[in-house]
Design a protein around this ligand. Structure first.
Ligand code: 5AD
Ligand code: SF4
Length: 475
């Protein structure tokens, strides 16, 4: 047996629910486990440690977890040495922890969002004690800059720029489970981005619940606009993305920075939630329909290629047909490239949970379907407007359904499928768009850059710099 194999402590499998922040936390958990001597298992069957990183933003994420835990119970009956750990946002709620302690005693370790770094001790305690180990902190400690990260990709990477949220939208549980806003120091962020670029990253995704208020605790010394300008200067990085932007904090200074920084992708995710001023006030969003549409106008003025995506909640307490019509009107005026649409989900402990006039399920279903009817043709038109254009696509993965195709993202956030093989993964290729569906484009590689000047790629039959015609193209 080789020395590496002798030191392996176990095999881990992580199930991640929820948003990009959770996905990135799971990369940190994986980093910690790798340092401890764990390797990633191919699947749950091979794992000796199964970890669930949970979400509680809507009820269905919680239900999914509980269903999945039921399956793991059967695995644990067959393999009692299997360790099961549950962490993340849902575990920051007392009721959820109590439920797990009472009804899921086979869960070995429970911890929260504030103490990822404690995982080694918690696992050791669980292994020794044979009892359920619970360690959930009520609030955050100092920002930890020393956690290892096992990143899923080398060519694109998420970077936390801030943690927590101060906004207390009345429907949202996040401020209660992720704590108050804390911004990382810009020097730490820049160092991380530089290291990523040196390691081959082409794209960074700057993460925060509300990136627009980055640095607000520094009295203006640091701001998101300044940060974007600094990251723009990092050699090797080609694309900067960010999420999520709260409309109330999208300043003109930030709009100018987005316009000035060529590496900042022409896509902003700007959750509107509702188009009704009355509902926006009840949601504590602190902007109006007109204010939101004005921001969309300013962003689109940066470039005709600017794409806006959004989040919309249907059926917030008290939402009338008239309120809902305002939401449809925003959809028509803002022309979203895509929208994440949610049925309002009552979250215990939030102000909206105790509001009168909860909307009945049938009405919510009807409005939800109507909303999609309004969104879909617009998304299709935006998608179709790319046909015949050449777009720059960061090639991300071989298409699981068709190994002769690769999937990536264009600068404007469009998903693009194109004929190529795995050798182009991690590179930015020029793709001529030849067709589309509502939520993706398809095309052919026209130019495959060879930035190192090394070999000519076998990614496609074309040589670097060669432009090809596609069937039906008029040249
Ligand atoms: N019900 C439905 N959707 C919600 N979101 C947050 N909380 C709730 C809730 N209680 C949605 C919002 C937010 C996105 C991340 O999740 O649209 O922007
Ligand atoms: Fe939740 Fe509002 Fe904070 Fe977003 S800004 S995380 S919706 S409270």
């Amino acid at each position: 047996m080789s020395e590496t194999i002798q030191t392996i402590k176990g095999m881990y499998h992580i199930n991640t629910y929820g948003c990009q922040a959770n996905v990135h936390d799971s990369e940190k958990i994986a980093g910690i486990l790798r340092c401890m001597g764990y390797l990633e298992a191919a699947d749950e069957e091979e794992a000796t440690l199964i970890l669930f990183n949970t979400c509680c933003v809507r009820e269905n994420a919680e239900n999914k977890l509980l269903g999945h835990l039921g399956q793991v119970k059967r695995m644990k009956e067959k393999r009692p040495e299997l360790l099961v750990a549950v962490c993340g946002c849902m575990m920051q709620q007392d009721a959820a922890v109590t439920r797990l302690r009472q009804s899921y005693p086979y869960v070995d370790v429970i911890f929260g969002t504030f103490n990822l770094h404690a995982l080694p001790e918690l696992l050791d305690a669980a292994r020794q004690g044979g009892r359920q180990v619970v360690d959930v902190w009520e609030s955050h400690g100092d920002i930890r800059e020393d956690l290892p990260v096992q990143r899923e990709h080398s060519f694109k990477a998420s970077v936390n720029i801030m943690y927590g949220c101060n906004n207390y939208c009345s429907f949202c549980i996040v401020p209660y489970v992720r704590g108050r806003e804390r911004s990382r120091g810009s020097a730490d962020i820049l160092n991380e981005c530089r290291e990523l670029a040196a390691g081959g990253a082409k794209e960074v995704l700057l993460l925060g619940q509300n990136v627009n208020s980055y640095g607000s605790e520094t009295g203006g010394a640091q701001s998101f606009a300044k940060l974007l300008r600094e990251i723009q200067g990092i050699d090797g990085l080609e694309r900067i993305r960010f999420m999520t932007s709260h409309p109330k904090d999208l300043s003109d200074e930030l709009v100018r920075a987005i316009a000035d920084c060529g590496k900042v992708c022409r896509h902003v995710h700007l959750p509107v939630q509702s188009g009704s001023d009355r509902i926006l006030a009840a949601m504590n969003r602190r902007y109006t329909k007109a204010g939101y549409l004005e921001l969309v106008r300013k962003l689109k003025a940066i470039s005709p290629d600017m794409r806006i995506t959004t989040d919309i909640i249907v059926g917030f307490p008290g939402e009338t047909e008239q309120d809902f019509e305002h939401t449809l009107d925003v959809v028509r005026q803002a022309r979203f490239q895509n929208a994440f649409t949610f049925k309002y989900s009552k979250r215990t402990g939030t102000p909206a949970a105790s509001m009168a006039d909860q909307v009945d399920g049938e009405t919510v279903d009807r409005r939800f379907a109507r909303l999609l009817e309004e969104l879909t043709p617009i998304a299709y038109e935006i998608s179709a407007s790319n046909i015949g254009r050449t777009v720059k696509v960061l090639a991300e993965e071989v298409n699981s359904a068709d190994p002769g195709r690769v999937t990536g993202r264009a600068e404007d956030n469009s998903i693009v499928h194109f004929d190529a093989d795995a050798s182009c993964i991690g590179r930015i290729v020029d793709v001529r768009v030849t067709g589309c569906r509502t939520f993706y484009l398809s095309g052919l590689v026209v130019r495959y850059p060879n930035p190192c000047g090394d070999r000519i790629s076998n990614c496609s039959p074309m040589q670097p710099g060669l432009v090809v015609r596609y069937p039906g193209e008029v040249v």
